[in-house]
Ligand binder design. Structure first.
Ligand SMILES: Cc1cc2nc3c(=O)[nH]c(=O)nc-3n(C[C@H](O)[C@H](O)[C@H](O)COP(=O)(O)O)c2cc1C
Length: 384
């Protein structure tokens, strides 16, 4: 049995899969459900300084936008910003969560003024939070810059002894530099990244969908974006990374860990599937570890980060060429139509092999992936 334990900014986790701050962690009862289902830590729904989102959520405030077929082809579009309470009730929530749960409880605060950053951070520490996430809502009134987030981290870090974790926005110009700066300014860990902020439009009503404004969006399709920055930042950081965004399978967790994350947070999978998602994903990740004979998560972390080639290291020689299997080709013509290199020719009535790849093929790989009949393979040029 592989050792799934990880140390995240001083917090000992049984395995890397935590519950992210969202409605699923907004009450002690829900936090307990997440713990029972297998989450290794709880990030509590955000405490906002802004009193407007504290009042409640619009209805409806969640919408599934489909991008085609399949369990991963969707966006959870949502507008659920803050815990519906003030700072005193939030501190009490943290206190009760600590009494009731056996796993680490991480508070999450979202402020605009230095006064509130200081006061709220102190309050959640006194209430017993094991750590505090510092962040700004991606669809709030003001989306923080990396510098503003770093200033908030510095303010909070000067006051509390618990780990201060910066939850980074997705939409930064250079998340790599922002990550280094957050470390320099005292962050004990980084969450990479919060959700994207988006807008969806009802083209018949000529209006924003749902509640009439911007909303958070995300889903499994966002994983590669996050991996790209985690893999670049990991080798330069001394502090741990918590990957977040789109985790819905054991393989997603494996990708985050391979890129350099210590742990992951998830919300959407538990929202659309139920809290059981935590146990299912943990078990699937454990099976991946076992299948590859990895003894511990620490053995695997960041392996890929060191294998990502730099711009000057990527080989730009052609190594493969497409090849069409005549017995599988259905003559649908798609490969010829999509080839911008004129690498596929229609040869008239040649029986089974109407289509043939020619010397213009540069081996881009697109026709293989688009061929509905699976009739195209990439053949190594050396083998010719
Ligand atoms: C419905 C919903 C509510 C969320 N609320 C918060 C929040 O209050 N504070 C916060 O920092 N992040 C919030 N998030 C973002 C999550 O904490 C997390 O970063 C992200 O959703 C992880 O990606 P995933 O949902 O694809 O697993 C919310 C996400 C969702 C889907």
């Amino acid at each position: 049995m592989p050792d799934l334990r990880v140390n995240y900014a001083g917090l000992q986790l049984k395995h890397p899969i935590m519950a992210a701050a969202a409605g699923i962690t907004a009450t002690v009862e829900r936090m307990r459900r997440a713990e029972e289902a297998g989450a290794s830590a709880i990030c509590v729904k955000s405490l906002f300084e802004n009193p407007i989102p504290r009042q409640g959520d619009p209805s409806p405030h969640m919408r599934i936008i489909r991008h085609g077929q399949g369990p991963r082809a969707f966006t959870l579009y949502s507008y659920e910003q803050a815990a519906h309470m003030d700072e005193y009730a939030y501190a009490d929530l943290i206190r009760r969560a600590k009494e009731s749960l056996g796993i680490p409880v991480i508070a999450n605060i979202d402020c605009a003024s230095p006064e509130a950053w200081s006061r709220y951070a102190t309050m959640v520490e006194e209430a017993g939070a094991d750590a505090v996430e510092v962040k700004s809502c991606p669809h709030g009134e003001h989306l923080m810059t990396g510098d503003e987030l770093a200033a908030a981290v510095e303010t909070v870090k000067a006051l509390v002894a618990i780990p201060v974790i910066a939850k980074m926005p997705s939409q930064l110009t250079n998340p790599y530099l922002a990550a280094l700066e957050l470390q320099r300014r005292g962050a004990d860990g980084l969450v990479m990244f919060n959700r994207l902020v988006g807008l969806d439009i009802d083209v018949d009503a000529h209006a924003p969908v749902m509640h009439g404004s911007f909303a958070g969006h995300g889903g499994p399709y966002t994983v590669p974006y996050r991996l790209r920055w985690i893999a670049q930042a990991f080798p330069e950081l001394d502090i741990p990374i918590c990957g977040t965004g789109g985790v819905s399978t054991g393989e997603d967790v494996a990708k985050y860990i391979l890129a350099g994350a210590t742990c992951v947070q998830l919300a959407t999978a538990a929202i659309v599937e139920g809290y059981e998602a935590f146990g299912r994903i943990r078990d699937a990740f454990a099976q991946w570890m076992e299948r590859h004979e990895h003894a511990s998560v620490d053995d695997v972390r960041g392996i890929i980060a060191h294998r990502v080639l730099g711009i000057g290291e990527v080989s730009r020689h052609q190594t493969v060429r497409a090849e069409i299997a005549p017995d599988r080709c259905t003559s649908c013509d798609l490969c010829r139509r999509v080839c911008i290199y004129d690498g596929v020719a229609y040869r008239g009535d040649h029986g089974e092999s109407n289509y043939q790849v020619n010397e213009n093929c540069v081996g881009c790989g697109l026709c293989r992936d688009l061929c509905p009949a699976g009739a195209i393979a990439m053949r190594a040029l050396d083998a010719e």
